[in-house]
Design a protein around this ligand. Sequence first.
Ligand code: HMG
Ligand code: MG
Length: 302
Amino acid sequence: MNELPHRVKIVEVGPRDGLQNEARPVAIEDKLTLIEMLSSAGLRHIEAGAFVNPAWVPQMADSGELFHRLRRDPAVSYSALTPNLKGFERALEAGVSEVAVFAAASETFSQKNTNCSISQSLARFEPVMEAAANTGIAVRGYVSCVAGCPYEGEVPVASVVEVARRLADMGCYEISLGDTIGVGTAAHFRRLLEAVGAELAMEILAVHCHDTYGQALTNIYASMQMGVAVVDSSVAGLGGCPYAEGASGNVASEDVVYLLQGLGIECGVELDALIAAGNFISQRLGRPSQSRVARARSGVAS
Ligand code: HMG
Ligand code: MG
């Protein structure tokens, strides 16, 4: 087991992973305000949208307009999901700072989420990687279902290692390991990181924990003990995945920041400003924040 990292990079995925799952349309003005509040709170990596098929995820259909209208902080990297070359071209036109491709460690989830097999999805990324290299855009890679699949149940660690390695080999600078349905425990994350870490440098790994079973903070702590220093989180614990029924939002960013501050780990985020951003979007969505820290600090009973 390693020492805990001195600094952790938080990748804020709320505006994408969070809002993609909302059944009712969210006003673009509210998305823009949220993203601007997040950058003001000190977040430097914000996944702001997705250039996917709008028929599949209608909530992300306005990503082009959103990127055009966004008042950008030059210190912030604003990224978006791009499942194929068409998505990448739309993202480039919108002026994204970086993009992310996403594959799954489970065949059924791959089919449900991207309408193709794992190997077909990886083949679709090749032209994206080439176009990204030609235009100087960095590409992040996601592996979904690293601890379990909503359709297949258990997912072998070897499948996760294989997809993570393929994404790294094709040039993804960072690999985010997604527990899409939040079933993993600390023991699973340790086993997983041992296996993935045997193939890839720990510095390029991120953990992306949905909190469905309430294990996310524990899994993040266990992952940091293994040397992981990049954590994905979602303000107010927004979200889920439209192709993983029952999956709750990612771990709340406020709760991650509270944990990191308590451990003396730098992350550059101002907690009160982050809570304000989470409370703003929760109020616009008409429901309480899923962040325990935000609820405690805002006097809302859990
Ligand atoms: P498809 O329907 O198989 O694509 O979708 P196709 O190539 O057959 O094209 C069909 C139509 O879609 C065509 O239009 C294309 O132009 C259009 P038509 O000729 O019929 O008018 N199209 C597009 N339009 C806009 N942007 C595009 C695009 N691509 C094709 N990029 C595809 C394949 C992958 C595009 C589709 O399945 C899709 O969009 N899936 C995305 C699903 C998604 O966004 N899921 C949520 C994000 S992943 C996630 O949440 C997990 C993560 O958080 C990590 C974790 O938690 O595990 C990242
Ligand atoms: Mg996710």
